[in-house]
Design a protein around this ligand. Structure first.
Ligand SMILES: NC(=O)c1ccc[n+]([C@@H]2O[C@H](COP(=O)([O-])OP(=O)(O)OC[C@H]3O[C@@H](n4cnc5c(N)ncnc54)[C@H](O)[C@@H]3O)[C@@H](O)[C@H]2O)c1
Length: 450
């Protein structure tokens, strides 16, 4: 009887045996060839996968450069989000000029102490204002956010971004043909330079150059007013400090970067016809001020019963500062903007010589730091725990005193608030702000940007 193929099916599993046939050798060779091919294809694909996903992009000019902190900071710039129709609409509305003779001003460092006050004043008189700030955490960014909220209420938008972000700056100038730039963004503070020197180079040197590069190519070129510092006088002993005095002995890296800024400004004025005005501020204080400055943390520490350091210079000499109230500084900034001439270049080329100025903006009456503490004691009705110590060699200078006759002559600069009155306003603000921080009850509406 002929057996059918169904007969080969085993009755129990595992007993099936392939019968040897003349074709069985060929079948085994074919099978092992296919297995090898599959294995090597898999290895090949795995290698391609590793190559593309693990290695740096070989076309990048930076691919051979190791990941330094500055690479990282450059990368972090990309995290700020900007662009798109809604964003542009916001930018336009903030920068819209509302008075006949008004300017459209880009204010860098707008969430900072001086930037907030200047932005608010410009907006109040009808200028269009757009802010730019990277909200860094040099001091509590909460304070910067509170200032931002304050400006938002008067229709000022602060774009979150870094002055080193060239693409962002170009975009801003593409959307708004700014007539002026009020450049206040910087790494401030003298002592912090010993902790984080690169932050000074990043913001005060590289950032300034980036900004000027974009300004020089903008059409029309804006006029630029920017913050230098009284610290450029460094170890100068001739008082009061005049703009003609030597500034080649900086006592801190901060001062050196501001001095570098003045030289960089000269270059961009000389080559590209940018109108540039540098303002040497002298110890600015007031409401919404900076928590890293003595008048601010003295107030906080006196109220907390903590000891405060009072420095004295060599041979028990007095350390004194030409404290300048914020409203006077704002008047100086506006005076400088109003008298700034137009830049003269176009398409990145200078057409004729352009304006280049440097002004002291101070109060012209230096006060010993110990007197500042006495005023605070009276205002706070608390006795300070004074700890007198030698002025450390970390960048601070013993004395500052501004000669302001040049600013007086050019735009009628005349400070009107003395330290007693200015500190009274600061302490009143501090009380409200401190309470807000503690209880989170008070509404921002109840404060005024003076
Ligand atoms: N306050 C003073 O007593 C004083 C004295 C002399 C000079 N100045 C100068 O005046 C200007 C304003 O000072 P301030 O007291 O308002 O300081 P601030 O620190 O309160 O303000 C500076 C602002 O710039 C921002 N910023 C810093 N680097 C940036 C960057 N790379 N990109 C974008 N934003 C950046 C910060 O986030 C900050 O909000 C600074 O240039 C400072 O050096 C101030």
């Amino acid at each position: 009887m002929k057996s059918s193929h169904l007969d080969n099916i085993p009755s129990t599993p595992g007993k099936f045996k392939i019968e040897k046939s003349p074709y069985s050798h060929r079948f085994r060779w074919h099978y092992s060839y296919l297995a090898k091919l599959t294995f090597w294809s898999f290895v090949f694909l795995a290698l391609i996968f590793i190559f593309f996903f693990k290695s740096p992009p070989s076309s990048s000019p930076y691919s051979s450069i190791s990941t330094t902190p500055s690479d990282l900071s450059r990368r972090s710039l990309k995290t700020s989000s900007w662009g798109g129709p809604a964003w542009e609409k916001r930018v336009r509305s903030s920068a819209k000029v509302r008075s006949k003779t008004g300017f459209s001003v880009l204010v860098t460092g707008a969430a900072g102490f001086v930037g907030t006050h200047v932005s608010a004043s410009l907006k109040r008189r009808g200028d269009g204002v757009l802010g730019l700030d990277n909200f860094n955490d040099y001091y509590d960014p909460y304070l910067k956010r509170a200032r931002q909220a304050l400006l938002e209420r008067s229709g000022i938008y602060i774009v979150e971004g870094d002055i080193n972000d060239v693409a962002l700056l170009k975009k801003l100038f593409e959307v708004i043909p700014f007539t002026h730039v009020m450049h206040l963004a910087a790494q401030a503070g003298v002592r912090y330079a010993m902790e984080n020197p690169n932050s000074y180079i990043h913001s005060n040197v590289a950032g300034f150059v980036n900004l000027l590069e974009v300004c020089k190519s903008a059409n029309p070129q804006p006029a630029i007013v920017w913050a230098s510092s009284s610290s450029v006088y460094g170890l100068n002993t001739k008082v009061p400090f005049s703009e003609k005095d030597r500034t080649d002995q900086p006592a801190s890296l901060y001062a050196a970067t501001k001095k570098a800024g003045e030289e960089i400004a000269h270059t961009y004025n000389h080559i590209y016809g940018l109108s540039l005005t540098g303002l040497r501020f002298f110890t600015v204080y007031g409401p919404w001020g900076r928590p890293d400055m003595a008048y601010f943390f003295f107030t906080r520490d006196i109220l907390k019963g903590k000891a405060i350091p009072i420095f004295e210079s060599a041979n028990h000499g007095t350390v004194a500062r030409d404290f300048t109230y914020i409203d006077d500084i704002v008047k100086g900034c506006l005076g400088a903007l109003d008298t700034a001439e137009k830049s003269t270049g176009s398409g990145g080329k200078k057409k004729r010589p352009a304006q280049l100025r440097v002004f002291n903006l101070g109060n012209t009456s230096p006060v010993p730091v110990s007197d500042l503490v006495s005023i605070l004691e009276k205002l706070l009705k608390v006795k300070a725990k004074r700890r007198v110590m030698k002025l450390p060699r970390n960048g601070d200078v013993p004395f500052t005193h501004a000669n302001i006759s040049f600013a007086q002559r050019e735009f009628g600069y005349k400070p009107t608030t003395d330290l007693q009155m200015g500190l009274k306003k600061f302490v009143r603000w501090y009380g409200g702000f401190d309470l807000y921080q503690k209880e989170l009850k008070k509404d921002l509406d109840s404060w005024e940007c003076t």
